[in-house]
Write a protein that binds this ligand. Structure first.
Ligand SMILES: [Mn+2]
Length: 230
């Protein structure tokens, strides 16, 4: 039985461990404002590729995790390509899954995945990407230490090319989601709202202000689904 939720709050790609994440307070404020029954972090919550382990990052953002733990909402974390090893969070009482589905207040079947399923290159070049983001983080931490606002970002150089390929794969594989009313994913760090065949889709974007984009959250309340920028 797929569970029904009257209100859901879905985001992802926080990449905790990236010096470019500055939005802990905005996230907490938005959860307090929305008071959702269900919260899903759709993968890449952590970015251990940048040098800090998930355990270190949970300690560093201890206030945020304590806040989430004390909520009445059900809180689920999906495994992303940067943070597949998050089972640790189960011990803290959070749900950990590869993908998640629920039924909305108006009976729509909503599926949430991280989105790297549509990105063949993310697996092919994982070895290189891991090393690249590690170096990227070292450069960015020095820049932050020197109070430079500029952030050095691979996605800013490659972003658009990647997105076209991911969307092509998404269109090719849409049949896999024929029984889904609403598909929600991230990974691209670029927010999207659209429809492919009968499937409505939403992408929350990212939290690093890459390409000048503000953090995004998908809020589903009753029949409404909105991409909210905070
Ligand atoms: Mn990802």
């Amino acid at each position: 039985m797929v569970k029904r939720y009257k209100s859901a709050f879905i985001t992802g790609d926080l990449h905790l461990g990236d010096v470019g994440f500055h939005h802990e307070q905005r996230l907490v404020d938005e959860i307090k404002k929305q008071r959702p029954e269900l919260i899903v972090f759709g993968g890449d919550t952590f970015d251990p590729w940048r040098g800090d382990s998930i355990e270190e990052l949970v300690a560093k953002y201890g206030k945020l995790f304590l806040f989430l733990k004390n909520l009445k909402s059900r809180v689920i974390f999906l495994r992303g390509n940067h943070d597949p090893e998050i089972d640790f969070l189960k011990k803290m009482g959070f749900g950990v899954k590869k993908k998640f589905k629920y039924v909305s207040a108006v009976g729509k079947l909503v599926k949430i995945i991280h989105g790297h399923e549509f990105d063949n290159d993310s697996q092919r070049f994982e070895f290189l990407t891991k090393r690249f983001v590690y170096l990227e983080e070292r450069v960015n931490r020095i820049m932050a230490f020197l109070n430079q606002d500029k952030i050095f970002r691979m996605i800013n150089l490659l972003g658009n090319i990647d997105l076209v390929r991911i969307l092509e794969n998404f269109q090719k594989r849409i049949k896999l989601y024929h029984n889904t009313d609403i598909l929600i994913f991230g990974h691209t760090h670029v927010p999207l709202v659209g429809q492919e065949k009968k499937v409505e889709f939403y992408n929350w974007g990212g939290w690093q202000n890459d390409l000048g984009i503000k953090p995004g959250i998908i809020v589903n309340r009753g029949s409404e689904v909105n991409l909210v920028h905070v």
